[in-house]
Design a protein around this ligand. Structure first.
Ligand code: ADP
Ligand code: ADP
Ligand code: SF4
Length: 604
């Protein structure tokens, strides 16, 4: 076939004992006697002998695609690579396996970001840069030689880095993506874990900055996700390394904590000769954090391309636009756009619930919450913002009658479908069985187009819940929450572990669901772009986390954002070209000007 095509067989999906080799039987070259699709055989380097291999020389390419359609398990992908992609891959995992094109280039004293979907090869790239595996330059049959690798990257930004890596001169520190796994790998006190990582003697100071001092003497398995995230960050930054790799620092952190994390990472880079590489899907934070940016695009699971570095501003703008200028490459049919102005007053729907001023306390000296009277409308998406531990879940429990206020009356009881922040659905149960146990609508064309498709559930329906990645689990949990029959849908941090595309898709699914089902949805999230794209109105929580919270009355987006960001002391300006909100430098001219005008987000 055209030599710019690849065939990818997902060996976890290819199940010859459950099919009749439809791929092989219907493949046109096979039908004329050629050996295009064959069995791997006993001497195969990967997979089982009865799984298939596809000859990329003989295959006719994407325009044929018959095997892709015929395979009952969606195990095959035939993809025409973009013509612009002239180089050979940096790495290919094997025959008919994932290939990675391009590598990010860490730079001393700088924070380099990678932005792209899940499954596109970011971790593969990092494993190469961490020296855990050698790039085979696409020749998977052979152990790569350092001399070939260095030849290939001579004259590029990576040359010096790879030479140091070969010489064993690169010491690496990594923060894993899924911090929920830490208690499974480490048993003991937080302090013990941090002390074992403290090569720079900075743990006390980092703990102070990240506000984890109070949990130092707690057992790791008693920490919340947000605490684990900060402990993992502290443990990574305390190492004395040359190359730091941080895979998603924002999940479970509130905005204040995100900004602190970003500042700590920047400070360490600015100390001089250390390189930082970060993968991050919260674009406002990525913008604040990185000095330059590689975009990653391709076909998740099949191939990924890491672009040359771009400025952070251009990189994010091009990503949102869906078109990469230097690469001349469209990565999405439509741009993701932000409204420049706050929505004018929304059509106020009927009132779903009206509550008076409320107070509630968990007991003498324990957390207490004051709620200002308010109304929740039918058919709206109400965004909820505020720090962690400020009483957002407590408020939800007042609405559904699980808690009684100590002052004021809630004279209704709403049936709430709730997606918690930390998702614990580690059951040995298939995704389709789980979802069909929640709704009769499962499998209907409505459910399919409104829920399953935007949340990309089809490819994971047959997997077990406990085999899912963090992002997959999140999508199943959002679907499960929206599929319940309820008066009010409450989603706590739906963005966690979703990549940017998935955040946009999930936003669409949630909005459309609210509109078409006349449903009321409340969304707690710390990704400010997600809240901006999602919410009609805003409810702002403030106070002193873990001690006392105050819930403001639901209000319009403009005044809500102003109140929320004033609490945080952060202002946003608009990118001139795309109107995307960008965090202002503290005390810059715009920052001061906007603060004096009281316009923190929708600045003119
Ligand atoms: P990301 O970090 O962008 O989510 P990864 O680098 O983890 O992506 O994975 C990219 C692709 O490479 C995935 O589709 C994954 O299935 C595949 N992959 C990862 N490790 C291996 C391996 N050892 N053998 C074959 N394929 C792999
Ligand atoms: P958020 O949802 O904003 O993160 P929560 O409403 O979950 O906040 O919790 C607010 C505070 O109340 C936290 O400090 C939490 O530890 C405390 N809290 C929650 N439940 C209880 C309880 N049953 N007894 C005592 N304190 C509690
Ligand atoms: Fe055969 Fe290639 Fe067509 Fe698949 S896409 S049926 S391998 S020619």
């Amino acid at each position: 076939m055209a030599d710019d095509s690849i065939a990818v067989v997902d060996l976890e999906r290819c199940q010859p004992d459950r099919c009749n080799y439809e791929c092989k039987n219907f493949c046109p070259p096979n039908r004329t006697g050629k050996e295009c699709i064959t069995l791997r055989g006993e001497d195969a380097m990967e997979g089982k002998p009865d799984q298939v291999r596809i000859s990329e020389e003989i295959c006719l390419g994407e325009t044929c695609g018959i095997c892709v359609e015929k395979c009952p398990f969606d195990a095959i992908e035939i993809i025409n690579l973009p013509q612009e992609l002239s180089e050979e891959p940096a790495h290919r995992y094997g025959e008919n396996a994932f290939s990675l094109y391009g590598l990010p280039a860490p730079e001393e004293g700088r924070v380099t970001g990678i932005l792209g979907p899940n499954g596109i090869g970011k971790t593969t790239a990092v494993r190469i840069l961490a020296g855990e595996m050698h790039p085979n330059l696409g020749d998977y049959g052979r152990e790569p030689e350092w001399s070939d690798i260095l030849d290939r990257y001579r004259g590029t930004e990576l040359q010096d880095y790879l030479r140091d890596l070969r010489d064993g001169d690169v010491k690496v520190a990594r923060k894993p993506q899924y911090v929920d796994q830490i208690p499974k790998q480490f048993d003991g006190k937080t302090r013990t874990l941090l002390e074992s990582a403290d090569e720079r003697g900075v743990i006390e100071r980092l703990a102070e900055r990240l506000s984890i001092t109070p949990v130092l003497d707690q057992d790791i398995d008693s920490l919340s996700g947000g605490e684990l995230q900060r402990v993992a960050l502290a443990a990574t930054l305390a190492r004395d390394a040359d190359f730091y790799f941080l895979d998603e620092v924002t999940p479970y952190l509130d905005i204040g904590q995100r900004v602190t994390a970003a500042r700590l990472i920047r400070e360490l880079a600015e100390e001089g000769d250390r390189s930082m590489l970060v993968v991050e899907h919260d674009l406002a934070i990525l913008d604040l954090l990185a000095d330059n940016l590689h975009l990653a695009y391709g076909e998740p699971g099949a191939y990924g391309v890491i672009t040359k570095p771009k400025s952070v501003r251009n990189g994010i703008n091009e990503y949102l636009k869906g078109y990469l200028e230097n690469e001349n490459m469209r990565i999405r049919p439509k741009a993701i756009t932000f409204e420049e102005h706050a929505p004018r007053t929304v059509d106020e729907g009927d009132v779903l619930a009206e509550y008076p001023d409320l107070s509630m306390s968990y007991g003498e000296g324990e957390f207490s919450l004051d709620v200002d009277a308010g109304q929740i409308h039918e058919n709206e998406v109400l965004g909820i913002v505020g720090p962690n531990g400020i009483g957002k879940s407590t408020f939800a429990k007042l609405l559904n009658g699980a808690l009684e206020p100590t002052e004021g009356d809630v004279d209704f009881e709403l049936d709430i479908s709730y997606k918690p922040q930390y998702i614990e659905i580690d059951k040995q149960m298939r995704v389709d069985v789980f979802l069909s146990s929640i709704t009769d609508q499962f499998g209907s064309s409505y459910w399919d187009t409104e829920i399953a498709q935007p949340l990309q559930l089809h490819r994971i329906m047959e997997q077990n819940l406990d085999d899912l990645s963090g992002g997959e689990r999140q999508r199943v949990a959002i679907a499960a929450c929206l599929s319940e029959d309820a008066d009010l849908y409450l989603l706590d941090e739906p963005s966690a572990h979703l990549d940017v595309e998935q955040r946009v898709q999930a936003t669409r699914a949630i909005r459309r669901y609210a509109e078409s089902q006349d449903a009321t949805v409340m969304v707690i999230d710390h990704d400010i772009y997600m809240i901006d794209l999602l919410a009609d109105r805003l409810m702002v929580f403030d106070g002193e986390p873990a001690h006392h919270g105050h819930a403001g009355t639901p209000q319009g987006m403009r005044s809500g954002m102003n109140e929320f960001l004033a609490n945080l002391d952060v202002t946003f300006r608009r990118d001139e070209r795309t109107k995307r909100p960008r965090v202002n430098k503290p005390d810059s001219q715009l920052d001061r000007q906007q603060k004096s005008q009281g316009e923190y987000y929708y600045a003119p």
